[in-house]
Design a protein around this ligand. Structure first.
Ligand SMILES: Nc1ncnc2c1ncn2[C@@H]1O[C@H](COP(=O)(O)OP(=O)(O)OP(=O)(O)O)[C@@H](O)[C@H]1O
Length: 241
């Protein structure tokens, strides 16, 4: 279980509290949908929880291990367990979807293996399995530069999984996708949580969050307004969205 205690994030020289007063427990297998108006802090929240942005204050623990103690970006040894997938994930544009999944992000993969492009057959099978789950088998050999935004993001999800992420923060994974593709991505993410006990936190449109998530967080002006189990929200809960 991940425990967030008094997380706070300020930005700028005239410090603006972008996140404040976050106290939550995050369980293995949770699929959390984050909803809130534009500028409320959703992306910053994901970046902070995925150890991509430093915290101004607060503590973060994983079971008995301390990841962040009083602020900072978190201990390096935990980083590979956390993935943050932005809307336009960075991929190697001239390499295929499969290669992008296999070689991982710069800094994440063994330098020697990256240089010689060496791939173990079980890595190959693992990468193809993930691509298939996310409906990308026919794109495995297509260069990343020729993939749509949604396909790139799914490749990045596969890459995170192949490289051992247990906690996946994903910013608007269904933006620009047709309904069928969006539902496929979300049901795949939900299965990962259910069957492999991965934890997913996603910024989603409300109707998808209500349908697919086990938990919903409402955020307004950087604060958690409510933390409820996945269901249709009441009119009162929806009032600030
Ligand atoms: N680097 C930065 N410098 C200054 N202010 C920032 C910076 N990054 C974010 N902010 C501010 O922090 C607040 C939260 O931004 P954030 O991008 O997390 O919101 P969001 O809810 O994801 O917005 P959107 O839905 O529009 O993407 C906003 O007021 C934004 O202007």
């Amino acid at each position: 279980m991940l425990t967030v205690n008094q997380m706070q994030k300020t930005i700028g020289s005239d410090p603006k509290k972008v996140l404040d007063g976050w106290n939550v427990h995050i369980h293995e297998g949770d699929m959390i949908g984050v909803v809130g108006p534009s500028g409320s802090g959703k992306s910053t929240l994901l970046r902070c929880l995925a150890l991509r942005d430093s915290w101004t204050n607060g503590n973060f623990t994983l079971g008995g291990d301390v990841i962040i103690d009083g602020g900072g970006k978190g201990k390096r040894k935990f980083r590979s367990q956390f993935a943050y997938l932005e809307q336009n994930p960075e991929l190697y544009p001239q390499k295929s979807a499969l290669k992008n999944v296999l070689i991982g992000q710069a800094g994440q993969t063994d330098q020697f293996r990256r240089m010689i492009g060496m791939v173990r057959s079980d890595d190959y099978m693992g990468a193809m399995d993930e691509l298939e789950k996310f409906g990308l088998l026919d794109k495995a050999h297509v260069k990343a530069a020729h993939l749509s935004g949604g396909e790139k993001q799914r490749v990045a999800i596969c890459r995170a999984l192949v490289h051992g992420a247990n906690f996946i923060a994903v910013d608007e994974p269904v933006i620009g996708l047709d309904k069928f593709s969006a539902e496929k991505v979300l049901s795949t993410l939900r299965d990962l949580c259910k069957e492999q006990k991965k934890t997913v936190i996603a910024v989603l449109p409300l109707e998808y969050a209500e349908k697919y998530c086990t938990r919903l967080w409402g955020i307004y002006e950087g604060r958690l307004q409510w933390d409820v189990s996945g269901r249709r929200l009441t009119a009162e809960e929806k009032q600030f969205l």
